[in-house]
Design a protein around this ligand. Structure first.
Ligand code: AMP
Ligand code: MG
Length: 402
């Protein structure tokens, strides 16, 4: 029996020479979740001017400890005039620090009597002042290429007055199902048939990883139809994915069609679940090469394979390093298990306690049991030929990410 291969080797083969999708301009309002195709330089200082972090009184710190006349009132949005020496300014949060002032005393610490403000002593220069350019200085790198635009990044862009960005086109993905026994939900089920659960699951995962599904179909059970479906899918996609039928020796038309249309490598990975994996290339539009990934049919294998292989691949297609690796959390096992020659990715729930993270394994880790994935916060990585007892440390790949 041939040696089983490692996840790392398969991943390296999968990610070799992946070309990013082309850039496209997009209004910021539509860019949530998209990946920047180019770095963005700040054009403005943020804050744009020194301003007050408090409602209170602005003064020069040498006047601390005195009773000062209030010579102007500065609300956020209204301009300040130079501060008359020996006076203070009533100021509100976000209001511009007037030239000549260098600190702000919060209003709770100031007694006002007969139009004079009694300022407490020892107010340091700079107190409660938000300096111009403290967050971002004009010319700074605002966001790097490859940044996935989430809430704070979108806020940062808006803070610069930017309304449009250049992002990577969402990778176009064709999702194909194999298996004579697989039936679409909504259709009647005959004896021996099962509903297609992988499609709905992968559709959701792929969208979370940034993909746009261009074709969702079942592969017909004949060689000509299979070839046609694959060829057509590759012409409109950056990536073609199939589920089922990748076991070595299994009779199925996908492997034959791929081998004749493009290129196909069958991998037997030293992992559980998801031992068989097919990686290939298909001819796409204008001589481009389109990636093909064939995941095993077992729903749990599909789930794990999507996290281990499809997420990094979609990251590479979008030029987004954050999608390359899942965060790895150190936990203590609350279960015991042992592995043979294959590394085990166990579906676990994590509990974050004062003494650290505890990983609880779903009771049935069989690769057909999709319920094990529903409350899986993480995949606990159990190395090959090892044994885990309760309390032992386990690395957990965190799945509550996009
Ligand atoms: P295969 O990899 O084709 O040998 O399939 C392994 C197991 O997964 C079989 O029990 C299939 O019936 C099942 N399976 C394959 N595709 C799907 C699917 N799309 N949804 C649910 N189960 C599937
Ligand atoms: Mg099958």
């Amino acid at each position: 029996m041939a040696e089983l291969q490692s996840v790392e080797a398969a991943l390296a083969a999968l990610l070799r020479d992946v070309a990013t999708t082309p850039p496209e301009p997009l209004p910021c309002d539509e860019a949530a979740g998209r990946v920047l195709a180019e770095a963005i330089e700040a054009r403005l200082d943020v804050p744009a001017f020194d301003n007050s972090a408090m409602d209170g009184y602005a003064l020069h710190h040498r006047d601390a400890g005195k009773r000062l006349a209030v010579s102007q009132r500065i609300a956020a949005g209204s301009p300040a005039t130079p501060l008359a020496p020996g006076t203070c300014a009533r100021i509100f949060t976000g209001g511009e620090i007037p030239p000549g002032a260098d600190c702000v005393v919060m209003q709770e610490r100031v007694e006002v009597e007969a139009d004079l403000a009694a300022i407490p002593p020892d107010i340091p220069a700079g107190d409660n002042v938000r300096r111009r350019g403290r967050d971002v200085a004009s010319g700074d790198l605002l966001l790097p290429a490859g940044e996935r635009l989430e809430a704070a990044a979108l806020g940062h862009l808006a803070g610069q007055g930017i309304t449009e960005v250049v992002v990577r086109r969402r990778p176009r993905v064709a999702l194909l199902s194999t298996g004579d026994e697989i039936v679409d939900p909504g259709q009647p089920l005959a004896a021996g048939q099962i509903y297609n659960s992988n499609r709905a699951m992968l559709r959701r995962l792929l969208e979370r990883f940034g993909a746009e599904l261009t074709r969702v179909a079942s592969i017909p059970d004949d060689p000509v139809g299979t070839g046609e479906t694959l060829r057509a899918a590759a012409l409109e996609a950056d990536l073609v994915i199939s589920t089922g039928g990748v076991s070595v020796g299994e009779e199925d038309h996908v492997k034959a069609a791929l081998a004749s249309l493009g290129q196909l490598d069958l991998w037997r990975l030293a992992i559980r679940p998801g031992k068989p994996l097919a990686l290939g290339r298909l001819p796409g539009r204008e001589g481009r090469e389109v990636r093909f990934v064939g995941l095993p049919g077992n729903p749990v294998s599909c789930f794990v394979g999507a996290w281990l292989f499809l997420r990094p691949l979609l990251g590479a297609l979008q030029g987004c390093p954050a999608l390359a690796h899942l965060p790895c959390l150190p936990a203590r096992a609350e279960f015991s298990t042992r592995t043979g020659p294959r590394r085990h990715y166990m579906r676990v729930g994590l509990e974050f306690g004062r003494d650290g993270i505890v990983a609880r394994a779903f009771r049935d880790q069989n690769s057909g049991v999709l319920s094990s994935c529903i409350s899986a916060d993480a995949l606990a990585v159990i190395p090959a030929e090892s044994r885990v007892e309760p309390g032992d440390p386990v690395d957990c790949l965190w799945l509550r990410v996009d």
